[in-house]
Ligand binder design. Structure first.
Ligand code: TXA
Ligand code: MG
Length: 373
């Protein structure tokens, strides 16, 4: 288990204040290494319901339970089947399914979420699991997230701390923009280092399934060997509209800024002056403002227009996968705040970090410009 070190006494005071609010059925926003979370006591239905109402999140979309140690997680799990010959134990601790051992050893604490069986008399609030036979759990790496779970002694149900449908928050300011006075406390821990949400895996099926690509890549999971060599990436709802949603979160539109997003797949021809239209999504007006998010190959000045028919706001997200992941949500939000009507985004190849990046971008996009092979 990780040891939690909060050196700064002021930070510790804020975490204690947050822990107190959690014990009063309130929800608080806190930093994690992926994105900011909006947390409440996972065993307290009133607290969990406060999350759903602050975010305006659909009630049938289940939440991830955050813990500070494997011990805190085992308390939420069913004990091993007792064989009649084994002596009864005073305290029956729950058991984490063996299949997850290599993943936990490699990636926890970190941006990986695993599905676990929900015990019959679970202490978890039914609002956390929203009717699923499983619950999702994660041991985060961020010291403030860990300190909050361990100081409060509570497992924390926490979705991303954005208003439902907006890009996830990677700074405290993003949380404040979305939730303002709906929550009593935001712990500011600076910018999230990973920038995209955790990878959600279901190892209770054979072969196991990646339900949501995220901070740990599919390649990294496959490298764990065993059944993980054959892990399947569940087709996202953006690719297959007829598929029934398996991760309940899949059926909702996500990550959408106000501006229209035009996503250019890797290898698609870059936008030219001829096909740039600073028109809003409804087609009802012009702001004269256009945004560009570059990644690997679009040149600086890709949006330049000689006759100055529109104003261009151009940002580079970086050229490598981890930089792009870190900058993506903040980039969408920044251009949105500048009042652009449309954001042209340069996509990346869908390997390594690129799979999660493109998953989020496809969900944000109103139009995808596809590469013709
Ligand atoms: O990085 C993260 O995972 C962040 C930080 C705050 O930890 N949290 C996060 O939570 O992204 P949220 O609620 O925005 O996304 C959780 C995803 C949803 O797509 C939800 O449907 C899925 O996990 N999920 C939760 N419980 C599940 C379950 N029992 N079965 C299937 N999917 C589940
Ligand atoms: Mg979310």
């Amino acid at each position: 288990s990780p040891t939690v070190h909060i050196d700064d006494p002021e930070t510790e005071e804020v975490i204690k204040a947050a822990a107190q609010l959690l014990h009063q059925s309130k929800c608080v926003a806190f930093p994690t290494e992926t994105v900011y979370g909006l947390g409440a006591d996972a065993c307290n239905t009133e607290g969990v319901k406060n999350i759903f109402s602050a975010k305006q999140r659909p009630l049938d979309n289940p939440l991830i339970v955050h813990v500070a140690s494997l011990r805190q997680l085992r308390e939420l799990l069913p004990p091993a089947q007792l064989s009649t010959s084994s002596p009864p134990k005073a305290c029956q601790e729950g058991v984490i399914p063996e299949v997850y051992e290599p993943l936990i050893a490699k990636f926890w604490p970190g941006p990986l979420t695993i599905l676990l069986p929900l015990p019959p008399n679970s202490r978890l609030s039914p609002s956390v699991t929203a009717g699923q036979p499983t619950f999702a759990a994660r041991l985060p790496e961020h010291p403030i997230a860990l300190a909050l779970c361990s100081l409060s002694r509570l497992p924390l149900a926490a979705p991303s701390a954005n208003a439902s449908g907006n890009p996830s928050p990677t700074t405290a300011a993003h949380v404040y923009t979305d939730l303002q006075t709906r929550i009593p406390l935001i712990i500011d821990g600076g910018s999230s280092n990973v920038g995209l949400e955790s990878t959600v895996v279901d190892g209770l099926h054979n072969p196991p399934v990646v339900l949501r690509p995220g901070g740990i890549s599919v390649e990294q999971i496959r490298a764990c060997g065993g059944v993980w060599k054959d892990v399947i990436v569940r087709k996202s709802d953006t690719e297959d509209h007829d598929a029934a949603p398996q991760a309940p979160g899949m059926k909702y539109k996500h990550y959408s800024p106000r501006a229209g997003v035009v996503l250019f797949e890797h290898g698609a021809k870059q936008p030219s002056q001829k096909n740039i239209r600073p028109m809003n999504v409804a087609g009802t007006g012009w702001s004269g403002r256009v945004g560009f998010l570059r990644t690997r190959t679009w040149p600086e000045g890709v949006g330049a227009n000689e006759d100055k028919r529109w104003t261009v706001f151009e940002r580079s997200l970086g050229t490598n996968g981890s930089d792009i992941s870190r900058a993506l949500f903040a980039g969408l939000r920044e251009l949105d705040d500048l009042g652009v009507d449309v954001i042209y985004v340069e996509g990346v190849e869908e390997t390594d970090e690129g799979l999660a990046i493109m998953n989020r971008l496809r969900k944000a996009a109103s139009v995808v410009v596809r590469r013709v092979p």
